[in-house]
Design a protein around this ligand. Structure first.
Ligand code: PEP
Ligand code: MG
Length: 573
């Protein structure tokens, strides 16, 4: 039995056979590349080569530590292969002369050498081809990371284990019968983890090299509560987990009684408790929770997994169906936050090969470069607005100018639609996500231009602490309890309150029953929670006293270490 520790990303327990998404699953397709794009293809190949060098450096460091210098020489052999003319010269030559994609050129070159190796009598040399393939596979992985895998074709009940899943992969899991998934990469607030919650399947991320320690067909337990993957469990462990699974289910069933009850603390302070909606298709399940509204409608799903863009008509229909399902309760529609770890295949020029995509062209930045796309989405939201209570929310705003430009586009869209005689609701409020420290620090300058603010703790924490939210190596540093985060949150809420603007929080911090106590103490107006945890959070808030939490926040903000904050919380609860 092996126990692999990762990060709990989506609660629940799954027991089943592992399905490991292996490198071998890679199917290299031949793609004709237009003549004028061939040099870009060679550049892409060179970038993969560079990334492979970096891999080897990292591998060498590990081997040195664990096995010593002697074994580290193996890595040198791989470096030599990477420097071989087969790689450095033949592959670019094939790309240019045959007009094909880099993956295909590489696999053809490898296949050619394989045939030569097979002819050799000397076993030592024959076996060297494995090293060649190892290097080739690394290169292919780097090249293909940007390509779409089709996991939606998995047609068996299984626990999916992969090195990495992109949000677009995860969306594809909807149609499958997978019981849960675990990945080597990723942090708790990676969009892949958030999607797992909205798919209501247990997930563990950040296993580091876990996918290499599991084989397809092995029995595994995926513990999304504690962030564990147990491979080949002993019978007692299996029995214990079967019981645990049942008790988690029973606890969930008992939470059902909370549906429709108000979210009010023991001392009478009420909160709007809302849900995050990650895809319009989830609306039925979300509406059944009888939340006070949708505090964050992430619209990116409409843009992913397709070669074209959703039309105004298509978008308006999707927004209208969500507004209708929520029956007059508010729906905060966030304009698409593409970029970061959510790459689109739709060919918008920009966030394809950034070295630091979370700090790159994403959210409002991307849309302000493409005002036509921005306007299409704003028009679609306004067209849907008579169906309910719509609000518009703009992501990744870092300067007042961006907020003003977005608002201007919204007003333009309104004027256009009015001129076309199309009905629009008169009171569509306009808000910004506060998720970049610059916006948090000078929020007072933004407030005259907005009706409300919604705090995105997922990004705010990553930018305040300089901790990439999807990097498993720093997952332990991603810390919602850091006093710097708390002070900043307190500052945001007080600034907005002073100017009579309402505040919501829609990051994952709302979905952590312990952390939510701090948000209650901050006195925000609304909390928007992942649907999977909605009732657990309602139960948590209903068990708190606002006054006590307010005092706790004041004390916690004066702490020096997050450990002190955690201790205060443990003592209070
Ligand atoms: C956030 O950053 O907290 C947020 C809610 O937005 P997203 O997770 O989609 O970036
Ligand atoms: Mg965000």
């Amino acid at each position: 039995m092996i126990v692999i520790k990762g990060v709990a990303a989506s609660p629940g327990i799954a027991v089943g056979r592992a399905y490991v998404v292996e490198d071998e699953d890679i199917v290299v397709e031949r793609v004709e590349i237009p003549r004028d794009a061939l040099s870009e293809e060679v550049r892409r190949f060179k970038a993969a080569q560079k990334a492979t060098y970096r891999d080897l450096d990292a591998a060498e460091e590990k081997v040195l530590k664990v096995l010593g210098r002697q074994h580290a020489k193996l890595i040198d052999a791989h470096r030599l292969i990477l420097r071989d003319t087969l790689i450095t010269r033949d592959v670019p030559k094939r790309i240019l002369s045959e007009g094909v994609n880099a993956e295909f050129a590489l696999s053809e070159a490898l296949e050619g050498v394989n045939r030569q190796f097979e002819k050799m009598d000397d076993e030592f040399f024959r076996e060297r081809r494995h090293d060649l393939f190892d290097v080739g596979k690394r290169l292919l992985l780097h090249l293909m990371r940007r390509q779409k895998r089709n996991l939606s074709e998995i047609d068996q009940e299984c626990v999916l284990i992969a090195r990495n899943l992109l949000p677009s992969d995860t969306l594809g899991l909807k149609e499958t019968r997978i019981l849960g998934f675990a990945t080597d990469l990723g942090g708790k607030t990676s969009h892949t983890a958030l999607l797992a919650q909205s798919l209501q399947i247990p997930a563990v991320v950040g296993l580091t090299d876990g996918s290499r320690r599991v084989r397809t067909g092995e029995t595994v337990i995926l513990d999304g509560e504690q962030g564990l993957v147990i491979v080949g469990p002993e019978p007692q462990t299996l029995a214990r987990y079967e019981k645990l699974k049942e008790s988690v289910r029973a606890a969930e069933r008992s939470l059902e009684a909370l549906k429709g009850l108000p979210t009010v603390t023991l001392d009478g302070r009420s909160f709007r408790l809302e849900v995050n909606l990650d895809s319009p298709e989830d609306i039925k399940a979300v509406a059944a929770l009888r939340a006070d509204g949708i505090g964050l409608f992430r619209t990116e799903a409409l843009f992913l997994n397709r070669p074209d863009l959703p039309s105004e008509e298509e978008q308006a229909k999707a927004y209208a169906s969500v507004l209708k399902a929520m029956d007059g309760r508010e729906v905060v529609v966030r304009t698409a936050d593409i970029g970061g770890d959510r790459l689109s295949q739709m060919g918008i020029e920009g966030p394809k090969s950034e070295t630091n995509p979370f700090m790159g062209l994403r959210g409002v930045r991307l849309f302000l470069r493409h005002p036509d796309l921005f306007k299409t989405q704003l028009r679609a939201i306004l067209r849907a607005s008579p169906k309910g209570k719509a609000r518009v929310l703009i992501p990744m705003v870092s300067s007042v100018g961006e907020a003003v430009a977005a608002r201007r586009l919204l007003e333009q869209a309104r004027a256009e639609l009015e001129a076309e005689g199309i009905e629009i609701a008169p009171d569509v409020e306009f808000g910004i996500m506060v998720e970049v420290p610059s916006a948090a620090l000078i929020l007072d300058a933004f407030l005259p231009h907005v009706d409300f603010v919604s705090i995105g703790t997922n990004d705010l924490i990553q930018y305040v602490l300089a901790v990439d939210r999807v990097n498993e190596h720093v997952a332990n540093l991603y810390d919602p309890y850091h006093p710097a985060v708390l002070r900043l949150l307190d500052q945001i809420v007080s600034a907005a309150r002073k100017r009579g603007k309402w505040t919501a929080v829609c990051g994952e911090m709302t979905s952590d029953p312990r952390a939510v106590a701090l948000l209650v103490g901050l006195g925000v107006d609304a909390l928007s929670v992942s649907p999977r945890l909605f009732l657990r959070i309602k139960q948590a808030v209903r068990g708190l006293r606002y006054d006590a939490m307010r005092k706790l926040v004041v004390k916690a903000s004066a702490c020096a270490e997050s450990e002190d904050v955690r201790r205060l919380l443990d003592r209070a609860q």
